[in-house]
Design a protein around this ligand. Structure first.
Ligand code: SF4
Ligand code: SF4
Length: 160
């Protein structure tokens, strides 16, 4: 009888300690700002080094295909034609399929003419995955800047 009473008391005090610890965690979180935002009515401004949709400058590309070789899945498609008079390649078309791209940034890093750059654009949802295959015209479109988006409500997380 005495043993069972002791065991009951021990278990009750242990349970009370766990409940107290749980309350401390709850109190700790009550002091913090909210992490979630009401997307799409609120949007976060991506950080400076955010790796979003790739931007491509057609006129700067020399069709060297370095971007293809450094891509883990050889993704960029570079269509070019050799010009015998000028003795150099002429770029005809360029495309990247964002349905397969992992946004590693290798192509941007190694491009010798800096014609590729990563934007802060991340809203790329489509109903047909084939629409994610961007040609050089789609890649050349300037990114929508989150800061000038009328939908953007500044986030308390970023302190703005
Ligand atoms: S690495 Fe740059 S310059 Fe070379 S083909 Fe790719 S995008 Fe064009
Ligand atoms: S970001 Fe990475 S995966 Fe995407 S095209 Fe460039 S190298 Fe390939």
């Amino acid at each position: 009888m005495t043993n069972s009473l002791l065991s009951y008391t021990r278990q009750a005090s242990q349970a009370a300690r766990f409940i107290g610890q749980g309350f401390l965690v709850t109190l700790d979180h009550m002091n913090r700002s909210a992490i979630t935002i009401q997307y799409p009515y609120q949007k976060l401004v991506p950080s400076e080094r955010f790796r979003g949709r790739i931007h491509f400058e057609f006129d700067k590309c020399i069709a060297c295909e370095v971007c293809v070789r450094v891509c883990p899945i050889n993704l960029p498609v570079v269509h070019w034609q050799f010009q015998p008079v000028q003795k150099k390649k002429q770029l005809k078309a360029y495309s990247i399929d964002f349905g397969a791209c992992i946004f590693c940034g290798n192509c941007v890093e190694y491009c010798p003419t800096n014609c590729l750059s990563m934007t802060e654009e991340y809203e790329m949802s489509v109903y047909d995955r084939h629409e994610l295959n961007y040609d050089h015209i789609a890649l050349g479109r300037l990114p929508a800047c989150a800061e000038v988006d009328a939908m953007v409500e500044t986030s308390p997380i970023l302190g703005k």
